[in-house]
Design a protein around this ligand. Structure first.
Ligand code: ZN
Length: 558
């Protein structure tokens, strides 16, 4: 790899044909040369790194070429072309308005415009980032643009067309440059790789192109960066590591877990991503793009909007079959909202985690709807195995039978309930198959519950309230927990699905269920007395003389 020349420079296009991804622009420019319809001023507008300056240079070279090809390309052999390619042509003048935007800069350019070209037919003046010119400079330039000498051609380039004043716009022929499509960039990168005897995995080039986000210049410099890092062999793994790109695989795994409403795995994968140094915002926007990509796979006519390599494409197609449109719309919306709220959020991690939980629950709502439909259809059919699922039948794969949970009234709006069903649903697929008749061992139950409570030791209030608690069985696999007050019940209710999830795993039993009940206040038990008045009443009961004492000394509650 010694003497390795930066690709962006080495493979700078030298003909219109070699400009990547800007066909409509290059064809039009070539036609104007062919028909001798040159304008005096052009405006090249478009994102950075897509070839605006390259096109301007090729254009300048081509109109000055002494022996253009049949295809109206520069010959790259005549004296003028060689001077252009070696960067010593007097027919081209470039001004970078980003750093030279004063009236003086423009005045010296205007001075140059007065001098006709010695060789060749045209002098081309390229003003890069033209929107950066000060308004005074703009005005000074306007006069030249209104009455240019016959040999002068101006090419103004900008990334921000809306900042160009209308008087300038109206004097220019405007060309809009596209951001370069991923597949075009990939094609060009593989062409370069081949020329440089570099073997590159197609997925690696795809990642480079995606990361460059439409800018060929960036794609080439990423390419160089990876070549200098990994030599003649560019792999997908090296590329994502080097460009700090989150592996597709995370998104696929995560979506699978969301579809299964596997909350714990979902949160763990997110944790893994954070541990690998990725930022939550980056992640959530990436996940949203993943959903978008799954969405375009739903319809054969939009599959082409998927800008990924062919091997990954199959993965998208397969996963998109598991998702239905409603689900994708919902999770995309959640992703989008999180993206918007992220910046202002104080607890950014929680913000993303909540989004993931919501996504999980929307997957379960969806499944439940379908499940209800199937239940209605199969009312009289005998039960089959729990563990079986039928992935081919529907968009979403469902276990054929659900464990008996419908005891409590399940409402679709009740997310907590929905999640419980989903948990078991998921469990029915993953847990060791056990018979419904089997019971939960009491010792194991106590130990598991203790283990759960121990996990709360960082939250003293909760921990103290639960450390002596015990579950009491109210049904085959359903347990009740008595609680001292409503706020405690609320807290646990909010975390019910997590609790159940934990217990199921501990017990290796997918049917475990729990409910909470607030103890009825036993006024004879001093432990349940909270207010001063209650305590007083309690004491009064024991000693009626207390009232006399209170009145005699005119005492009251503070
Ligand atoms: Zn030539």
């Amino acid at each position: 790899m010694e003497n390795y020349i930066v690709s962006a420079r080495k493979y700078r296009p030298i003909t219109f044909k070699s400009v990547v991804g800007q066909q409509s622009v290059t064809v039009t420019l070539k036609n104007s040369i062919k028909n001798k319809h040159l304008a005096h001023a052009y405006l090249f507008a478009g994102p950075r790194g897509v070839g605006k300056t390259s096109c301007a240079r090729i254009f300048a070279k081509t109109i000055n070429c002494a022996s253009r090809t049949e295809d109206f390309e520069a010959c790259n052999e005549c004296e003028s072309c060689i001077a252009f390619n070696e960067g010593r042509s007097y027919n081209i003048h470039e001004l970078d308005a980003a750093s030279n935007n004063s009236v003086e800069d423009i005045r010296s350019l205007i001075e140059q415009v007065r001098i006709p070209p010695q060789i060749g037919s045209h002098s081309v003046y390229i003003i890069d980032e033209v929107h950066m010119l000060s308004s005074q400079a703009f005005n000074a330039f306007l006069k030249t643009l209104e009455e240019p000498p016959s040999y002068a051609v101006f090419v103004l380039a900008t990334t921000e067309k809306h900042k160009i004043i209308p008087t300038i716009l109206s004097r220019c022929q405007i060309f809009d440059f596209n951001r370069i499509k991923v597949e075009d960039a990939v094609e060009y990168l593989s062409f370069i790789a081949k020329k440089e005897n570099i073997t590159a995995e197609p997925e690696a080039l795809n990642i480079i192109a995606q990361k460059a986000d439409g800018a060929m210049r960036d794609a080439l410099s990423f390419f160089d960066q990876i070549v200098s890092f990994s030599g003649e062999k560019i792999t997908y793994q090296a590329t994502i590591a080097n460009l700090n790109v989150l592996d597709y695989d995370y998104y696929f795994r995560l979506t699978d877990m969301i579809l299964e409403n596997n909350i714990s795995q979902t949160l763990l994968i997110f944790n893994e991503i954070l541990n690998n140094g990725f930022d939550g915002h980056h992640f959530i926007t990436g996940l949203s793009s993943h959903f978008r990509d799954l969405m375009v796979c739903k319809d054969p006519s939009t599959v082409e909007l998927l800008e990924v390599g062919s091997s990954i494409k199959d993965k998208y197609l397969i996963q998109s079959k598991k998702c239905n449109i409603d689900f994708l719309l919902k999770v995309s919306e959640i992703g989008n909202q999180t993206d918007l709220a992220y910046r202002n959020s104080i607890n950014k991690r929680l913000q993303v985690e909540l989004a993931l939980l919501k996504m999980c629950s929307s997957a379960s709502e969806k499944k439940e709807l379908i499940q209800n439909e199937t239940n209605n259809l199969q009312l009289n059919k005998p039960n089959t195995n729990h563990a079986e699922s039928n992935p081919n039948k529907d968009n979403i794969s469902l276990p054929k039978n659900l464990p008996p949970v419908k005891k409590s009234g399940v409402s679709l709006n009740n997310i907590a309930n929905t999640q419980i069903i989903e948990e078991e649903n998921e469990a029915a697929v993953n847990y060791t198959k056990i018979s419904e008749k089997e019971t939960i061992d009491e010792i194991k139950l106590d130990a598991s519950w203790k283990k759960f409570v121990e996990k709360l030791s960082s939250k003293p209030r909760l921990y103290n309230a639960l450390k002596t608690s015990k579950l009491s069985q109210i049904d085959d696999f359903k347990y009740e927990l008595l609680l001292a007050n409503n706020s405690l019940e609320q807290t646990l209710e909010n975390n019910k699905s997590k609790i159940i999830d934990f217990m199921k795993k501990e017990l290796n039993n997918q049917f475990f269920d729990i409910c909470f009940r607030v103890k009825e206040l036993d006024e004879t038990n001093p432990e349940n007395l909270y207010t001063e008045k209650d305590k007083y009443k309690y004491l009064l009961n024991k000693n009626p003389n207390l009232d006399k004492l209170k009145n005699d000394f005119d005492l009251d509650f503070s």
